[in-house]
Design a protein around this ligand. Structure first.
Ligand code: CP
Ligand code: NVA
Length: 306
């Protein structure tokens, strides 16, 4: 099993089988307990990860940096201005040059095409640290959080409320692999990407899309939201605030979910917009566990793929 991950890119959860995704989760849990006990493996000794960022980050940057350090390796942060992917030089040249220096590339980009371009030309594994289309590291950590909380994943109902965006897409691919019933409650025109719907549907995803947040949340084990305005959409902020106003996670809305539901948010949260203080700070919220699990899930990816 371990061999089949070596030198593989981590771009989309759809590139992995259900068995492989569970394997990541089991390794992540193992690494998490080891870390808690103060036991640190040096499996990535002398290995280096380049981290390309076209957008800001707290969780992704810190957890990859710390994850590499804890596994005995190092990470190098490359800022948007420094590299200017595709402007100062071609993405192909960046991929080929970095492949001569490092053992893996993690990139956060605007266009998903840039991740695909990096992966095509690099001869080291490329990890998608968020693109306009997908956020697979987030979703892997989220399914780890769900597994820890419920002791299982299959058969649960996850309702994503808000914009059918990159985070929603990765959750959908994951749901299609793990056998999660997925509901998406979003305003008209903000539904998830059709291609993602089709591909996740081909894996057998049970998907309900509704424009009614109450219908969406009804019977949900997990209620998930994300910002209404993703990075790169700042000019649309005011319009989106008006469009999404009925899709805020409030105590009133969550009264329709199962009594023992959990509330998830990938963060950063815009308190008072997509989620109220009362909900994010309330007893159902697992947002900080989710954020911590980015570290453990990504260490599994780094340990297996690099
Ligand atoms: N959730 C997440 O990816 O956070 P950052 O944008 O801070 O990395
Ligand atoms: N959808 C958000 C996720 C941030 C982690 C964005 O792309 O900005």
């Amino acid at each position: 099993m371990i061999k089949c991950f070596k030198e593989r890119d981590f771009i989309c959860l759809n590139d992995f089988s259900c068995e492989e995704l569970y394997f990541y989760l089991h390794i992540a849990q193992h690494i998490k307990y080891q870390t808690k006990l103060g036991l640190f493996s040096s499996v990535l000794r002398n290995k280096n990860l380049a981290m390309i960022f076209q957008k800001p980050s707290l969780r992704t940057r810190t957890s990859f940096q710390i994850g590499m350090n804890q596994l005995g390796g190092s990470a190098l942060y490359i800022s948007p201005n420094e590299i200017q992917l595709g402007k100062r030089e071609s993405t192909k040249d960046v991929a080929c040059v970095l492949s001569g220096y490092v053992d893996g590339i993690m990139a956060r980009v605007f266009s998903h095409e840039d991740i695909l371009d990096l992966a095509e030309h690099a001869n080291v594994p490329v990890i998608n640290g968020l693109s306009d289309l997908l956020h697979p590291c987030q979703a892997l950590a989220d399914y780890l959080t769900i597994l820890e909380h419920f002791g299982r994943i299959q058969g649960l109902t996850l309702c994503y409320v808000g914009d059918g965006n990159n985070v929603c897409h990765s959750l959908m691919y994951g749901a299609s692999k793990f056998g999660v019933n997925m509901k998406v409650a979003c305003p008209k025109g903000y539904e998830p990407d059709k291609k993602v719907q089709k591909e996740a549907g081909a894996n057998g995803l049970s998907l309900t899309i509704t424009n009614d947040p109450i219908e969406g949340v009804c019977g949900a084990d997990i209620v998930y939201t994300d910002t209404w305005t993703s990075m790169g959409q700042e000019k649309e902020h005011d319009k989106r605030l008006r469009t999404f106003i009925d899709f805020q996670l409030s105590s009133e809305l969550l009264a329709h979910a199962k009594d023992d539901h959990i509330v998830m948010h990938c963060l950063p949260a815009h308190r008072g917009e997509e989620i109220t203080d009362e909900v994010i700070d309330g007893p159902h919220s697992v947002v900080y566990e989710e954020a911590e699990n980015r570290l453990h899930a990504q260490k599994a990816i780094l340990a297996l793929n690099l």
